[in-house]
Ligand binder design. Structure first.
Ligand code: AMP
Length: 142
């Protein structure tokens, strides 16, 4: 199964935020959209970074409530790991585990065309394993 199969099921919506917006706005957007990470959009419409709830937790531990007025650009990760729609779900699971992140934007022809989370990947992997099990059961008992 490919990442494009995941996007066909969940759609291509990617919630973004500007690097100059504050952390308070970031929290609103995470809560409103019920998500754990947001892509930070650059002026050119490209990816300037990614910021997740984990960055907010670390920042709050460091500087307390003062973090809420800080710009998103100051806590984001600028070196963003992306994948292509042709990437396999298994390979992405390995990368997410090795690098310890749970969100990966999908990029095709230099344009962002979706985002996958560890939850999406696990959901599709479970479906894949169930289908394999059903085929094997049918083969053995059929
Ligand atoms: P997450 O597990 O996705 O909540 O993120 C954990 C940490 O990795 C945070 O510091 C994020 O900013 C960072 N991060 C999340 N996704 C990516 C990604 N695709 N590429 C690089 N860093 C990321």
């Amino acid at each position: 199964m490919r990442i494009s199969d995941v996007l066909r099921g969940k759609g291509d919506l990617v919630v973004t935020i500007g690097p100059e917006e504050d952390v308070r706005t970031l929290l609103d957007r995470l809560a409103e959209n019920r998500i754990g990470a947001i892509v930070v959009a650059g002026e050119d419409g490209g990816i300037a970074g990614i910021v997740s709830e984990r960055d907010v937790v670390r920042g709050m531990q460091r500087e307390g409530a003062a973090l809420l007025d800080r710009q998103v650009g100051s806590i984001m990760t600028a070196d963003v790991h992306t994948c292509a729609p042709e990437a396999s779900i298994e390979d992405l699971m390995v990368e997410m585990t090795e690098h310890r992140f749970r969100h990966v934007p999908v990029v095709a022809d230099g344009r962002m065309c979706g985002i996958v989370s560890i939850g999406d990947v696990v959901k599709y992997r479970i479906e894949e394993l169930q289908s394999e099990r059903d085929h094997l059961t049918a083969y053995i008992t059929g």
